[in-house]
Design a protein around this ligand. Structure first.
Ligand SMILES: Cc1cc2nc3c(=O)[nH]c(=O)nc-3n(C[C@H](O)[C@H](O)[C@H](O)COP(=O)(O)OP(=O)(O)OC[C@H]3O[C@@H](n4cnc5c(N)ncnc54)[C@H](O)[C@@H]3O)c2cc1C
Length: 432
């Protein structure tokens, strides 16, 4: 293996879990890294639902990418939206008109929600992927209570106080649990006309059980917990339409003011940029060293990558998987840049699955260990605090959780952003 004569230019697209870890793994490598992201922050997506339900503030779970790499001198951060890659010329093009040259390219642009061919549902049923999504959902949620307080139309009040979550994977379950707690515990004495405890939270799942990727016993536990908390769970129920009036599931209509989409994901278009072979979810089929077949200078990591583990099972779209892939690709590139032999082929290590169901309960499936309820919740909480970036976030999030645990209060009940004012059937409280 020969050492390259000049420092290699490594361009990493996406500063999510995979991209960040790849850049970090290159800290000591003789390469110049350009890290490109359309946002100026790295986001801890597993806690986004807590921003959407007013438990945490955006700044608690997002960090400026520049600050993360302040001390890593070989990383240059560029905030730009990638629109195209020219693999023949080895150039990345951005919407801002930049053309960034690379010797080695790491695609780490993740995934987004999929409406299974019904993108027209997006405006009424937003998904949860970015800070903007979370604050938009928070606004819809809190505004529904405000509107319900002033409407004099009983049917409309019921519609306003009905919230539907589509998809009962971990995100849907966590959202539904947090919504019911917001309504039943955090706001009970804050309104004069309505009782927020009357809010109806409906969790709709097309498959036969909630948390389908978890062992069946844990799914059953999660279902029982959700129902005890007051969530109405509909399994084997396929959503056929979402409108501003609510959700339709075949003949059944659920009048709902707020719908959140947590049902499916599709990979970012990075595979199309380089003309790579993709699976049905748009993920790039990769070689065993995570390079793109036919393009040994291009790698893909994280939610964008279609990879199987040692048993032939697909590697899940999770943060630990993205981090493992990012770290591995960083090591492959560092070896190439230093003229060392490449590391052994990528192997994925699955540590377990975790999901919380409200403020005091979670399900945890680790190698041979199953935890449920409060013990599971403590494990879940400590694991998440551990993976947050920086001392400040760990302290702030721990404090917010402890406060909410003791008082049921939510620290971030802010309505921000615009919403058109009004219908006619409104009256201020005290003027009945
Ligand atoms: C609501 C939610 C909850 C989740 N909960 C969990 C959980 O509890 N546990 C768990 O393990 N996993 C969880 N996940 C999944 C986990 O977050 C993902 O698997 C992980 O983020 C994938 O990492 P990634 O680097 O592939 O992509 P991401 O972390 O999504 O990063 C992609 C980056 O690329 C950037 N980008 C995208 N397109 C462009 C473009 N065109 N130009 C420039 N930049 C671009 C984005 O801004 C983003 O920063 C959750 C995901 C969501 C959405």
């Amino acid at each position: 293996m020969t050492v390259p004569t000049k420092r290699l230019r490594v361009v990493i697209l996406g500063a999510g879990f995979g991209g960040l870890e790849a850049a970090r793994a290159l800290a000591r490598a003789p390469v110049d890294v350009t890290l490109v992201d359309r946002h100026n922050h790295h986001l801890f997506q597993p806690l986004l639902y807590q921003v959407a339900t007013a438990a945490l503030s955006p700044g608690d779970i997002a960090w400026p990418v520049r600050a993360v790499f302040r001390r890593q001198r070989n990383v240059t951060v560029v905030m730009a939206e990638v629109t195209e890659v020219d693999p023949a010329a080895r150039l990345v093009h951005t919407g801002e008109g930049l053309a960034i040259a690379y010797d080695l390219l790491v695609l780490a642009t993740g995934a987004t929600h999929s409406y299974f061919g019904h993108d027209e549902w997006a405006p009424v049923a937003p998904g949860l992927k970015t800070i903007e999504d979370a604050t938009d959902i928070r606004r819809r949620l809190l505004l529904a209570f405000e509107r319900a307080e002033v409407t004099v139309d009983e049917a409309e009040r019921q519609r306003l106080l009905t919230f539907a979550v589509v998809g009962a994977g971990p995100t849907g379950v966590e959202l539904a649990g947090a919504m019911v707690e917001l309504a039943r515990h955090a706001m009970t004495r804050d309104f004069r006309r309505i009782d927020p405890r009357m809010a109806r939270i409906v969790l709709i799942e097309a498959g036969p059980r909630v948390l389908p990727s978890f062992p069946e016993k844990l799914s059953a536990f999660a279902l029982r917990s959700l129902e005890q908390m007051g969530v109405q769970v509909l399994t084997d129920t396929r959503v056929t339409r979402c409108t501003s009036a609510g959700v339709e599931c075949g003949e059944e209509r659920i009048a709902a003011s707020t719908i959140v989409w947590a049902a499916g994901v599709v990979a970012s278009p990075a595979g199309a940029w380089i003309g790579a072979e993709r699976d049905r979810a748009g993920r790039i089929r990769l070689g065993p060293d995570l390079s793109v077949p036919g393009h040994p200078e291009v790698f893909a990591v994280g939610d964008l990558a279609a990879v199987t583990d040692a048993h032939g099972r697909p590697v899940p779209g999770t943060a630990p998987a993205a981090k493992q892939m990012g770290r591995y690709v960083g090591r492959v590139i560092a070896a190439r840049a230093s003229g060392r032999a490449a590391p052994a082929l990528f192997t994925y290590r699955h540590y377990g699955d975790l999901a919380t169901i409200g403020r005091r309960s979670a399900v945890v499936a680790l190698d041979g260990i199953r935890l449920t309820g409060l013990i599971g919740w403590w494990f879940w909480g400590i694991a998440h605090i551990w993976y947050l970036i920086g001392f400040r976030s760990r302290v702030v999030v721990s404090f917010e959780w402890l406060w909410s645990y003791l008082t049921s209060q939510r620290g971030a009940r802010l309505i921000t952003g615009h919403e058109p004012t009004g219908g006619s059937a409104l009256r201020a409280p005290g003027q009945d």
